[in-house]
Design a protein around this ligand. Structure first.
Ligand SMILES: Nc1ncnc2c1ncn2[C@@H]1O[C@H](COP(=O)(O)OS(=O)(=O)O)[C@@H](OP(=O)(O)O)[C@H]1O
Length: 377
């Protein structure tokens, strides 16, 4: 009887301690689980913050780049060919911006992303400014990129003419980050006159929209020459270069500045791949006289709301060209750099007349192809 009672009391003791031990275990498990969850959440927050910082640094560096036509293209950091033909393929780098990420100091555009949880990523361009060199392509790009739904590569990428072998993955890496609904744009004026480019653009995306700024080919040739002469001290006179043997009887059609101005020939190559409805021609002359009008046409063509309007432009009498207000609030006035709007040298009027005669039939053909009379003299 005595043994039995000892056995019973020891049994009740051990089951009580077992119960206590189990409660302790459950509590321990609960605390360690909560601790780990907190730890993981804070690690992930840190990672997101550093990703966002990288993204913003990258985005602003892309925006700040700026080179001239004819200058060398930017140095590439990525390499590798890709045979993908999708314009909206998987992004090279995708950063998810979520609540909790610190976006202090970021552009307002990106601050807005936080609550929406949108994912900025790089895409191949939907729209290209393909030319024409010295016709106002930089002005067009700077004007249209004021639109919040347009993001553009700052520098001329020269993918389709110089770097095609590097592949579309390389090209996409040179594009800016965009969010859904934004247009990716690039301008390289030499695309218009490079034979292989229409087919290559078509292979990237047959629906690519093409913007072409054109200017009186004689003034354009002089502008092209002025740029070249600014880089070479002992450059021959324009009149010596534009004609064979220096006499005005024969125009040197092999000389670059002359050849580029035969717009109809170059356009015919593009029309083998793209319907006219995918091309928009912008008058370089009108882009100077009435930039809001031309930018209105561009916004309509791209299916954008007309956000960039006459409120964004003012005529700078010192520069002699329209300059920009970067916002409707008329803050931060901005003119294009010194290499845009140069003084041209005096060219003999006989040479100019001869060049006008030379271009006239090509201009007429160009008006016929485009359905627009640019009324060049
Ligand atoms: N707003 C404004 N400000 C300054 N310049 C303007 C502007 N709009 C058009 N232009 C004309 O643009 C010409 C340069 O053309 P591009 O930008 O196509 O040149 S480039 O091919 O990129 O080098 C440049 O040619 P030049 O006058 O010969 O320098 C200008 O006439």
């Amino acid at each position: 009887m005595f043994v039995m009672s000892i056995w019973c009391s020891s049994l009740s003791l051990s089951s009580r301690s077992l119960a206590i031990a189990m409660v302790a275990c459950v509590a321990l498990l609960y605390f360690s689980y909560s601790f780990n969850v907190c730890l993981l959440a804070s690690i992930s927050r840190c990672l997101q913050q550093s990703n966002i910082r990288n993204l913003l640094a990258l985005s602003s560096s892309t925006h700040n780049e700026s080179t001239e036509s004819g200058g060398s293209s930017n140095g590439s950091t990525s390499s590798g060919n890709s045979s993908t033909t999708s314009t909206r393929g998987p992004p090279v780098q995708t950063v998810t911006v979520q609540t909790g990420g610190s976006l202090n100091g970021a552009a307002p555009k990106y601050q807005m992303l936080r609550p929406q949880g949108l994912r900025p990523s790089r895409h191949l361009p939907d729209t290209l400014i393909i030319g024409v060199k010295k016709s106002g392509t930089r002005a067009l790009l700077e004007f249209i990129r004021l639109h919040p739904d347009v993001r553009a590569a700052g520098s001329e990428v020269h993918f389709f003419d110089r770097h095609y072998q590097r592949g579309l993955r390389w090209y996409r890496h040179h594009m800016p980050y965009t969010i859904e609904g934004q247009i990716t744009m690039e301008k390289t004026p030499s695309y218009f006159v490079t034979k292989e480019v229409p087919q290559r653009v078509y292979h990237m995306n047959p629906e690519t929209k093409l913007l072409i700024v054109v200017r009186d080919p004689v003034t354009r040739a002089i502008s092209d020459y002025t740029q070249a002469a600014s880089k070479k001290a002992d450059m021959k006179r324009f009149e010596q270069l534009a004609f064979v043997n220096g006499s005005y009887s024969m125009v040197d059609t092999n000389w670059g500045p002359v050849k580029i101005g035969v717009y109809a020939r170059h356009l015919e190559r593009w029309l083998l791949y793209f319907p006219l409805s995918q091309l928009l021609f912008i008058s370089g002359e009108r882009l100077i006289m009435d930039p809001a009008y031309e930018i209105g046409r561009v916004q309509d063509f791209l299916g954008l709301k007309r956000v960039v309007t006459e409120k964004h432009f003012y005529f700078n009498a010192t520069k002699g060209f329209p300059c920009l207000f970067k916002s409707e609030a008329r803050s931060t006035p901005h003119c294009l750099g010194k290499t845009k709007g140069r003084n041209h040298p005096h060219i003999d009027s006989g040479a100019i007349e001869r060049l006008r005669d030379f271009y006239r039939p090509f201009n007429d053909r160009f008006y016929q192809l485009t359905g627009i009379n640019f009324a060049w003299p």
